[in-house]
Design a protein around this ligand. Structure first.
Ligand SMILES: [Zn+2]
Length: 202
């Protein structure tokens, strides 16, 4: 039980209140205790360890016994030490391209199962098109076949959306089937939220 509580997930924000990763409650407590981070409540107020430990435990709050009393487990913490943007790059993978395009064929706009989707080079490789975030999209097999070795313009097939590298907050180490906590929502922007809800549907 205690072990479970210490493993529960905590959203880490940088000093600009931007989400950068998920950590465990255990590590979050260490960071708060060391002054590396502050706990954040629903009203965006920040607390050091001492003031956080004074907070009343309400019903539905998860808490653990520490320093001889019950201390509420924070759901969100704010780093105090640096505020640079994370350098983490999103891995350029088949999975992440499907995730970015939400399993939607970028030519006909219909959603498919992943097994029925191909990856398409927008500018064909034979024309020097590169294998990059900006030149690869999901395509259904029919659209892929129709387009063949042509550019979208030559094939008169318009892209649903211009492909881009996904925004870095999408690389939070959330896994499909690990639900977002409601306390995190104010800190995740709406675009990211819809992105992850789509992922969680499957
Ligand atoms: Zn299609």
């Amino acid at each position: 039980m205690l072990e479970n509580a210490l493993q529960s997930r905590v959203l880490v924000l940088n000093r600009s209140f931007m989400p950068i990763q998920i950590t465990s409650a255990k590590r979050a407590f260490c960071m708060i205790y060391l002054g590396i981070a502050k706990a954040v409540d629903r009203e965006y107020q920040t607390f050091d360890f001492e003031s956080w430990a004074q907070l009343q435990i309400r019903q539905n709050d998860q808490a653990i016994g520490m320093i001889g009393k019950l201390v509420k487990i924070p759901r969100v913490i704010l780093l105090q030490v640096y505020d640079r943007m994370p350098k983490k790059q999103i891995r350029f993978s088949r999975y992440n391209i499907f995730a970015r395009d939400k399993n939607i064929c970028q030519y006909c706009g219909k959603r498919f199962f992943r097994v029925d989707l191909n990856l398409d080079h927008v500018i064909p490789r034979s024309r020097g098109g590169e294998t990059t975030w900006e030149n690869i999209v999901c395509s259904c097999i029919a659209c892929n076949r129709k387009k063949g070795g042509r550019t979208p313009k030559e094939a008169s097939m318009k892209l649903v959306k211009i492909p881009k590298r996904p925004h870095w907050t999408e690389c939070l180490n959330l896994k499909p089937n690990s639900p977002l906590l409601k306390e995190w929502l104010p800190f995740l922007n709406v675009v990211d939220f819809s992105y992850w809800t789509v992922e969680l549907e499957k």
